[in-house]
Write a protein that binds this ligand. Sequence first.
Ligand code: PRT
Ligand code: MG
Length: 226
Amino acid sequence: MTQTLTLALSKGRIFDETLPLLKAAGIEVLEDPETSRKLILPTNQPHVRVVLVRATDVPTYVQYGGADLGVTGLDTLIEHNSDWGGSAGSAGLYQPLDLQIAKCRMSVAVRADFDYVAKVKQGARLKVATKYVAIAREFFASKGVHVDLVKLYGSMELAPLTGLADAIVDLVSTGNTLKANHLVEVERIMDISSRLVVNPAALKMKQADIRRIIDAFSAALPAAKS
Ligand code: PRT
Ligand code: MG
């Protein structure tokens, strides 16, 4: 291995849950992102480094070659592709593996006292707040439900409580956040997990190194083990 290989990860659950996969590929990150201020982390392999970026920036880094590969949630990937790929869908990112980590679901939630089913049946126009505009638009269009989408960057749960929106589209894992805010899940849009994404040019130039990582990750997945 001679050329440097750069892997883009975001701090938190994606970093934490990618570590065991990296280990299976013989790669150990030498610094802890929670305590280090560095944005480029060395590994035990001199030619492999990890760059820490915002979760929503991972596809951008990989698409433009700022990183050769990265790990990103399907939610983030779909939203990124709709910004860049249009109907082509992939924005020039090679997506070889579902890593089955950082699992959750994309759902519609409303206030417990909001009769979602009745409103939809009436053909009412719903105000929906979300960070996931592309996923929400596609979902409600496929159901034939008319919506006004309000784009938010965080704390979606607040929108129905303040009258900003009737419903939200957000990620749900344990359901505790919804419960704490007196919201209920009324539709499950899709299951979400994180994906390995690879820059297609890097795949050609650094084929052996990237293949080795894909194969090691793939062998370490739950499906491969059972
Ligand atoms: O947090 P930050 O603003 O820095 O960025 P980010 O939210 O984009 O990153 P991060 O690390 O929080 O999420 C990265 C990826 O993890 C997401 O793109 C998802 O694919 C995946 N993931 C898995 C989740 C969750 N589970 C999750 N529960 N991302 C977010 N959440 C949030 C959710 O938005 C809600 O606010 O957790 C809350 C719900 O959790 P429960 O357990 O209370 O249901
Ligand atoms: Mg977050």
